[in-house]
Design a protein around this ligand. Sequence first.
Ligand SMILES: Cc1cc2nc3c(=O)[nH]c(=O)nc-3n(C[C@H](O)[C@H](O)[C@H](O)COP(=O)(O)OP(=O)(O)OC[C@H]3O[C@@H](n4cnc5c(N)ncnc54)[C@H](O)[C@@H]3O)c2cc1C
Length: 499
Amino acid sequence: MDFEHLLSPVRYLLDTCPAMSASALRTLRMYEAWWEHDGQAMSYAVDRAGTPHIRMFDRFGQRSDEILYISDYWRMLKEGYKAGIIWRVFEENSLIPFFLLDYVTCFYDIGVSCPYTVSLSTAVPLEKYGDATLHERYLTPLLRRDESVWQGATWMTEARGGSDLGANVDTLAQKGDDGRWYLTGDKYFCSNAGAEVAVVAARVGETAGVRGLALFLVPRYRDNGQLNYHLRRLKDKIATRSVPTGEIELHASEAYLLGKAEHGIYLIMEVLNLSRVSNAIGSTALAQRAFAEALHFAQKRIVFGQPLLEQPLMRRQFDDKLADINRAFALAWEAAEMLNGVYRQTPPYSEQFHVCRLMIHLAKYWTAEVAVQTAKWAMEVNGAMGTLAEFPVERWLREAMIADIWEGPPHRQILDGMEVMERKGAHHRLFEMLETYTEPDLLQDMAARIDRWLYAPQEIREADAQKMFEALALFTGDALLAKQRAVALEKTLEGRHKG
Ligand SMILES: Cc1cc2nc3c(=O)[nH]c(=O)nc-3n(C[C@H](O)[C@H](O)[C@H](O)COP(=O)(O)OP(=O)(O)OC[C@H]3O[C@@H](n4cnc5c(N)ncnc54)[C@H](O)[C@@H]3O)c2cc1C
């Protein structure tokens, strides 16, 4: 098998997304070239220099909560904004430009993808649920095409834990005498801390659980120009150092309710849908990067008289890992395309929206697993050299472990995926979608296994969930690969016909 196309993210995208427009391809090639020539060195410096610092007070003793970065940070970050990772979504009315640029970003630095993702996850609900005044004040600057672009952030998690938001979000939203909303509480994992505007989950009224949560827009500065929230500290993380993750204190912070308060949990899910697909795209790109790093070493390292890559055991591993990456990409890309079809919907959602949710849980779960396993294997291929901090391989394992956890660790994806099958029957629609691309016997067998599992008592169903979900992810990935091949063949035949 030829592996050379794995060395470039754009080459890989070209092979797997043959319908890409000429102008999209031009943008991606320029962006990739920038990463090759300039961005990689900056990314390496940011990772090695570690977490940025906070200057908490200005020289007059006033609280300023300013984040100090190493000098190349902004150049690296702004390159993606300028390339259009956010504004193209609104110009083209499609998420696809985001996911394509995100793939290239994550091949080089998955940490940088986080500010882009949370900025998009702020801009989309703001555009959908905000009024004209909010658009003018906050959306317009988020869509700027120059160095002055604003950034967004998505803050839900509190100190008692991020999985069970219904039980653990204590931040309170209250309406003041002036009719405005004010939020008070602490957020414990806040990526892109320092963003100009964030979407924040808070509790409204007496309703317990997730039904009592609403989504608010919170700007960094109050109307009077003072800080609207405080940044307590930045986390010292093992990876994704190119995004500052901090702890935020909200003290009667000025806020704007997005959508209806009673729809809050749905809006939070919409935000998570976007970031989970981005995570799936990013995990696959990271796996490709780790593969490329392993390939580079295995082609040059001589063991027992020949290149490592030529040894049968190693060669087989390369073939298997490529198959894993291809399957992961098929899942991630299907999730991206499905989300693109439904992200404009508002509650109550269509049936297609729920199938999309199932696809997102499958993709987030399985691609993160592939990223971690591929990064671990890439380190093994590099042997002792792979463990050295001076070479890039060890970094991809650190980064992969974060991709696995943020936006909800595997358990969350599995249990939420199970819920959408139980409550919405999303798997039935999924099987209809995949019917054309799989053997009838395999499909029947998979459907019967899922049915048996869903009828089991709750405790057994949960305990067995990982086994089932993994089987479903592999089955779905294989069917989607067959679909990819069928689409590519159709395109070739169409081309010949036109020619
Ligand atoms: C670098 C980084 C940046 C982050 N940035 C943000 C951000 O910007 N905004 C934000 O809101 N959050 C952010 N997070 C938080 C992230 O979303 C949470 O880590 C995640 O949702 C899981 O929550 P938790 O870590 O509190 O785990 P917990 O909820 O404490 O769960 C612990 C473990 O138990 C598992 N678990 C939970 N329930 C079950 C169950 N029923 N059965 C089996 N296992 C279960 C979980 O999957 C997890 O593995 C960030 C996290 C990281 C690492």
